[in-house]
Ligand binder design. Sequence first.
Ligand code: SF4
Length: 440
Amino acid sequence: MTDHSNILKASFHTLGCKLNFSETSAIATQLARRGIMRASAEDTPDIVVVNTCSVTEVADKKGRSLIRRLRSRWPDATLVVTGCYAQLKPQEVAGIEGVDMVLGNDEKLKIDRFLNEWEKDRRNRVEVHDYLDIREFQGACERGDRTRYWLKVQDGCDYFCTYCTIPFARGRSRSGSIASLVEDARKAAYAGGKEIVLTGVNVGCFGKDTGEDFLELLKRLDDVEGIVRYRISSIEPNLLTEDIIRWMAEESRAFMPSFHIPLQSGSDEVLRLMNRRYRTDLFSDRINMIRSIIPHAFIGVDIIVGARGETDEEWEKSYCYAKSLPVSRFHVFPYSERPGTKALGIDHQVSQEEKHARVGMLTKLSDQKLREFSRGYFGTCRPVLWEHPDSHEEGVMYGHTDNYLRVRAKASPSLYNTITPALLSSFYNADPETLQAIIE
Ligand code: SF4
């Protein structure tokens, strides 16, 4: 920490998932309580916090280069590295020149205590618990980008998919209590929040450790006055039950018609090799149920491409299956080998070149699906939450419809964080993922 005569400032840098982003905000809030303010772009921070991701090799690499960049930019700041990369490879992170403190995922939200100790002895430290000892749920409900709040309802995972290191990075599944999460939502509403996204590693596992029920959580959150939109960041298909879908369709006030569901492969054999808890028949069942009772729902689907075992034949099956799905878009991820995972024992490997070609095919398919889905709403009116003004063009606002279509319209900035009906007219030329709208 460079300057003790002034207020200390911290800058925060996050890689990876929504959960990480919500936890970074929780760290910032914790430091603010201690009088350490968030550094602005012009400030020289006294503390730099890097919240890393380790979902792929590329994520680790990005983490390393970000740490190095930040260290050379601010040579005198206290540099704290946390997150999944820090949890999984603490010594590697500690070995990067200039890293002062490495905190595991369990220590992340105890940064306050470690900074106190650092102030006393200025001793570099690596504070990382073994993942088997990570048991405590540490909540986070924070304003994310713009108008949304991220409410962490669950952490960790018990599934052990063969390609995934998350259970080793975040520990076993654990949940917040319904009472405390409802209280967090109330506070967010009191602070002006309109939309809350429920985050976690395996959100649908909520309550398995506490005996509480996920649908009950949704119902209680739905009753919180002031919050007009909820979304679930992502939910495993086997945990998205018919009861949940029906409740969202028929009774919910504020849970929006948008879903994000991981498929990971459209080949049953690859799903088996991945140790996923469902097969394509169950996945189709859930998608068809959503489409039949919430026809206008946005359905985003994650797929990993080029996993071990994805032979040409299995890829063909996977692609055809993906093509047949009545979904709105795919989020395509090239498979990445992770040291220590069971997947490394699977024989067939897909070459980088082939993986690249498959990613291209699915991305193209996703673009088609999105255009097709979006086009279906031309000429219709939908409620839009206005989230931010255009940074270049005055009098233009951006937002999302209830069913997660991104729109832009000529609008006054005073509409920020309000919901108005808007007539969707066409694709926006400069960005085909955005629709032009007219406020009625
Ligand atoms: S469900 Fe599977 S892929 Fe998702 S976090 Fe758990 S182990 Fe990883």
